[in-house]
Design a protein around this ligand. Structure first.
Ligand SMILES: Cc1cc2nc3c(=O)[nH]c(=O)nc-3n(C[C@H](O)[C@H](O)[C@H](O)COP(=O)(O)OP(=O)(O)OC[C@H]3O[C@@H](n4cnc5c(N)ncnc54)[C@H](O)[C@@H]3O)c2cc1C
Ligand code: SF4
Ligand code: SF4
Length: 597
């Protein structure tokens, strides 16, 4: 087989499963090591370079990193990455003087940002310190986007949100609240050097079933209803509430209903549990609060009496599911009517751009969404960029942040008259982790400790007010154990073919049998058959060395199972194996050094 090309920066990046899976590529193991040393402020700031909102995301991130975590392949439970992010945020000192400062002089380029959500705030975070004059227009009376208007305060306290938004405003960003942009053409006429659209996907889907109009007063669109609660326009709900849909919005709606006085709240799902869209941890939190989740009920009609909602009728569903877990057939087996006082619809969101004129030079494609370049985030009109949920539909905060970083690079290059696609490349810098002969700059002892569970406020106390934060954060003991569960996947095993004497010492010592010296083969499947551990779980490809100097055989490493314990490097008499920390550099706007004089 062809030897593995480790000069491609993505090779070592991919080994760090969590960082590779994170849309913003946050350097997880590096900040976990800082937390382990008690350097909370440093951990916070390192995290903040890529993830602009560590305190917010340490609470509510969708955490695509966790299912990817190598630890799941070792003992089934990922490192509590999200919780550790929160640890750094909760225990940091005042870091304001370590943040990028407002420049003394601006560069005269004016950028309009529409919508004060995480996407626009990230663009401002990256551009304002470079001297750009950023103005955010927001239609609501407060900033934060869905983070404020929809994510309930019992999951994300207002103080945490305000602090992290303020850091960015303090960089010299102008925020215009209560300022809806109602005409793109009028805005463009104001002569901005670039425009960023970060208006999200603000339209909640409706359910047009019999009885809908008659029962209107007691049927609520989930995201609008949560916004009304967040801005104190609603402070009560009926005793008996049905939530339609079983995604994350439904979880926030049901838990908020309980806090507004509902006595019975049922979440109605059309399909069985393994088809739910909500994250497992959000389902668990709702069920802990005695929310009932009812499966296989498909909404049929709203039932009214004297013009008022009194219940809802559902068709009872049955499904055929194949071995791959896909639905191959469905049928209705009956009908059930459940009484209710209010129904909340949480069945999805859509983009809506009523304020962008058809002749504004911005092309719209299928489903009436703007045509946006996936690399540059530019629309078909030069100098107009989209990002976050407004670009490709509803995703999550960390995606909005990454879109913001990428759009900021494009806006910077656009304003400097540089090609949008000639962006600075990703790089990996390898630094030896050696401290002495057999000592490393990282803790390489393997622990089999189980994932720590975060404590919650007691149920009786939880419903006193809407804004009592449910999760309490990790205790000192939990922090100490959880940081040690991280396998330091960024400390890479680096092999120097020319030094290998084929003594097998590394193979003998490796606790998970992930190394093999074997004759080369034509395919990965053939090579796998000759490995010490041929049936290891897969996900990553094998590392294949150049032919070894003595016999021409090859060194194979199965990156899937490596624990990064460094025993191979400790045992190797010639240092053919070394442990090197890989610093993965993901360029942002401030790394695009070229400017036009
Ligand atoms: C109920 C709910 C819970 C969620 N929970 C989570 C979670 O726990 N974790 C997670 O990662 N993600 C969560 N999300 C998703 C996440 O909030 C969004 O993906 C993210 O906020 C998108 O960011 P954005 O900047 O693109 O837009 P948004 O956050 O939607 O912000 C857009 C802003 O633009 C403003 N705006 C719109 N039109 C105009 C206009 N014409 N002029 C001026 N201003 C305008 C809006 O008022 C809004 O403030 C949740 C979403 C919902 C609905
Ligand atoms: S073990 Fe640590 S570095 Fe490896 S994937 Fe999990 S969190 Fe990331
Ligand atoms: S670091 Fe070396 S000894 Fe440890 S698991 Fe990985 S290959 Fe095996």
């Amino acid at each position: 087989m062809k030897p593995t090309d480790t000069s491609d920066p993505d090779y070592f990046h991919q080994v760090v499963d969590c960082q590779w899976a994170c849309p913003a590529h946050t350097p997880v193991p590096a900040y976990i090591r800082l937390i382990a040393q008690g350097r909370f402020s440093d951990a916070y700031l390192l995290n903040r370079d890529s993830n602009v909102f560590p305190g917010i995301l340490g609470r509510v991130c969708d955490r695509p990193c966790e299912p990817a975590c190598r630890r799941t392949r070792v003992d089934g439970e990922p490192v509590a990455i999200c919780r550790l992010k929160r640890v750094a945020a909760d225990h940091r000192d005042d870091i304001t003087d370590r943040l990028p400062a407002k420049p003394e002089q601006t560069n005269g380029k004016r950028i309009a940002l529409i919508g004060a959500g995480p996407a626009s705030f990230t663009v401002a975070n990256d551009l304002a310190p470079l001297g750009y004059e950023c103005t955010i227009f927001e239609k609501l009376p407060e900033a934060g986007g869905l983070m404020r208007a929809n994510i309930p305060a019992f999951r994300l306290p207002e103080k945490v949100l305000n602090e992290e938004l303020q850091y960015i405003l303090d960089m010299g960003v102008e925020l215009k609240l209560n300022s809806p942009v109602s005409s793109m053409k009028a805005l463009l006429d104001d002569g901005w050097d670039a425009v960023f659209v970060g208006t999200g996907a603000p339209k909640g889907k409706d359910l047009h079933l019999p009885g809908r109009e008659e029962a209107d007063a007691n049927i609520h669109i989930g995201i609008d209803w949560l916004e009304s609660v967040a801005f104190d326009h609603i402070d009560s709900i009926g005793k008996n509430v049905l939530i339609i849909g079983v995604g994350n919005t439904a979880m926030d709606c049901c838990r908020t209903s309980l806090r507004l006085g509902a006595e019975s709240v049922k979440v109605m799902a059309r399909k069985p549990r393994n088809f739910f869209k909500a994250s497992e941890w959000e389902l668990e939190d709702a069920e802990e609060e005695n929310i009932e989740i009812v499966v296989n009920h498909s909404p049929k009609a709203f039932v009214t009496e004297n013009g008022k909602l009194v219940g809802m009728t559902f068709e009872l569903m049955e499904y055929d599911v194949d071995e791959k877990g896909e639905i191959t057939g469905q049928r209705v087996t009956g009908e059930e009517t459940l009484p209710c006082d209010d129904v909340i619809l949480a069945i999805g969101q859509e983009n809506a751009f009523p304020w962008i004129e058809k002749d504004a030079g911005i092309e719209f494609g299928k489903w009436d969404v703007p045509v946006v370049d996936e690399e540059t985030f530019e629309s078909s009109r030069k100098g107009v960029f989209f990002g976050g949920d407004s670009a490709f539909g509803p995703k999550n905060i960390i995606w909005a942040v990454e879109h913001g970083h990428q759009a900021a690079i494009s806006i910077h290059r656009h304003c400097q008259g540089l090609g949008l696609r000639d962006r600075a490349p990703r790089e990996v810098e390898l630094q030896s982790a050696k401290m002495g002969m057999f000592e490393w700059r990282y803790s390489n002892a393997y622990t089999d400790a189980e994932r720590r569970e975060m404590e919650h406020v007691a149920l009786v106390d939880r419903f006193q007010r809407l804004n009592i934060e449910v999760e309490l954060g990790f205790t000192a003991e939990q922090i100490a154990v959880e940081v040690q569960r991280c396998l330091n996947c960024d400390v890479q095993t680096v092999f120097e073919t020319a030094l290998c004497e084929e003594c097998d010492a590394c193979i003998d010592v490796c606790p998970v049998e992930c190394l093999s010296i074997t004759p080369d083969a034509d395919s990965e499947a053939d090579l796998r058959a000759s490995l010490s551990q041929p049936d290891a779980p897969d996900g990553q490809s094998l590392y294949v060395s150049n032919p070894l100097p003595l016999t021409g055989r090859v060194m194979i490493k199965d990156e899937n199972v490596c624990l990064h314990c460094g025993l191979c490097a400790e045992r190797c008499p010639t240092s053919a194996w070394d442990m090197k920390e890989g610093v993965i550099k993901i360029p942002h706007a401030d790394d695009q050094v070229e400017t036009v004089a």
